[in-house]
Design a protein around this ligand. Structure first.
Ligand SMILES: Nc1ncnc2c1ncn2[C@@H]1O[C@H](COP(=O)(O)OP(=O)(O)OP(=O)(O)O)[C@@H](O)[C@H]1O
Length: 289
C-alpha cells in the first residue's frame, strides 16, 4: 500500500534576484515497508523535497504547487497545528546534523518527555522505559547515563542515535532521514544505517532517505529517485536503475563513480556477511567535470 504519494511538487524560493524554482513537478510514491533513497549532486533539490513534504521549509521557500498525500491526506493542505501532531507521531524526521535537532539546555530525558507531552500523553514510567528500550535498540550502550545527560556530552554517533530514537519514539509509519550519517565516520555510519533499516523493516514502516552516497542506496534502499537540477530524472527499483539506467544523467553519474555492475556487486557480494563499512560512492557533478 502507498504510504506517501507526492504529486507534481513545485517549490520556489523568493530571493532578492527573483524567484528560484528549486523543484519542477516532482512525483513519486513510498510504499509500506519500503526504503526509498533520493540521490543527486549538491543543490539538486534533495533536502527541498523532504522539507517541502513535511512543511519544514525555511523562508523564503514555499511550495507553489502539488500535493503530498500521507495515509490518503494531503499534508500540504493541513493547518500547522495538525501537522505538528503528524510530525513526530506519524512521520519521524532525522536531520543531517543531530545537534541541530537536540536542545542543548535540556537533559535528554526531558526532551523525550516533551515529545510525549506534545502528543497529549503522560511521560510515566512506561513511557520512560520505552525511551530506554529505543536507545538500547539504536545501539546506545548506557541509556540510563545518556538520558540523564545533555547533548554536548554525546559524540556525533551517539547524538544521531538519540535523534533516531526520538524520531521513532511515537512509532511513526514513515521515517524521513536527510543525510542522517554524513557527519559520521564509516563504522558508525554503518551501525546507524543498519539500526534504521532494522527498526524500519521490523515494523513495516516506510523510510525516505536523502543521501550523497550511491553505496548507501545500493545497500539499504529498495527504490531510488535520481535528482538533477530540481528535476526527478529517473526513479525505480535500485536493482534496475543501477544496472540499467535509462536517463543519460544517471548513466553519467554511475559511470563517473564506478561501473553499474561493480556498484551492485560492491553492495551485495563484496560484503556478504555485512561486516565491512558501507562502500563510499559519492556523487559528483559529472556534467560539469
Ligand atoms: N534558503 C534558500 N534560498 C534560496 N534558494 C535556496 C535556499 N535553499 C535552497 N535553495 C535552492 O534550492 C536548490 C536545492 O537545494 P537543496 O538544499 O534542496 O539541495 P540538495 O540536493 O539537498 O543539496 P545538498 O546535497 O548540498 O544538501 C538550491 O540549488 C538552491 O537553488
Amino acid at each position: 500500500m502507498t504510504r506517501l504519494q507526492v504529486q507534481d511538487l513545485v517549490t520556489e524560493f523568493d530571493t532578492r534576484n527573483g524567484v528560484i524554482r528549486a523543484l519542477h513537478g516532482i512525483s513519486f510514491d513510498v510504499g509500506d515497508s519500503e526504503i526509498v533513497g533520493i540521490v543527486g549532486e549538491s543543490g539538486s533539490g534533495k533536502s527541498t523535497i523532504v522539507r517541502s513534504v513535511i512543511k519544514l521549509l525555511m523562508p523564503p521557500g514555499r511550495v507553489a504547487a502539488g500535493a503530498a498525500h500521507f495515509n490518503g491526506r494531503n499534508l500540504l493542505e493541513m493547518r500547522e497545528r495538525e501537522l505538528r501532531q503528524i510530525r513526530g507521531r506519524d512521520i519521524g524526521f532525522v536531520a543531517q546534523n543531530p545537534f541541530s535537532a537536540l536542545n542543548p539546555v535540556l537533559r535528554i530525558e526531558k526532551q523525550f518527555a516533551n515529545i510525549v507531552k506534545a502528543h497529549g500523553q503522560r511521560f510515566n514510567h512506561g513511557a520512560r522505559q520505552h525511551a530506554i528500550d529505543l536507545l538500547t535498540a539504536t545501539g546506545v550502550g548506557d541509556p540510563e547515563r545518556v538520558v540523564h545527560g545533555y547533548a554536548h556530552e554525546l559524540s556525533g554517533g551517539m547524538a544521531q542515535r538519540v535523534v533516531i530514537a526520538m524520531a521513532l519514539y511515537m512509532n511513526p509509519g514513515l521515517v524521513i532521514a536527510d543525510e542522517p550519517t554524513t557527519a559520521l565516520d564509516l563504522t558508525v555510519q554503518r551501525q546507524v544505517l543498519d539500526t534504521l533499516r532494522r527498526l524500519t523493516s521490523e515494523s513495516g514502516r516506510a523510510m525516505l532517505i536523502v543521501t550523497h552516497d550511491l553505496g548507501v542506496v545500493a545497500k539499504y534502499c529498495d527504490r531510488v529517485l535520481v535528482m538533477y537540477n530540481g528535476r526527478l530524472v529517473e526513479q525505480g527499483p535500485v536493482s534496475e536503475v543501477f544496472v540499467r539506467p535509462q536517463d543519460p544523467y544517471t548513466v553519467s553519474l554511475l559511470e563517473s563513480v564506478v561501473s553499474a555492475g561493480a556498484l551492485s556487486l560492491s553492495a551485495e557480494e563484496a560484503d556478504p556477511d555485512g561486516t565491512a563499512a558501507v562502500p563510499q560512492i559519492q556523487l559528483t557533478d559529472s556534467r560539469r567535470a
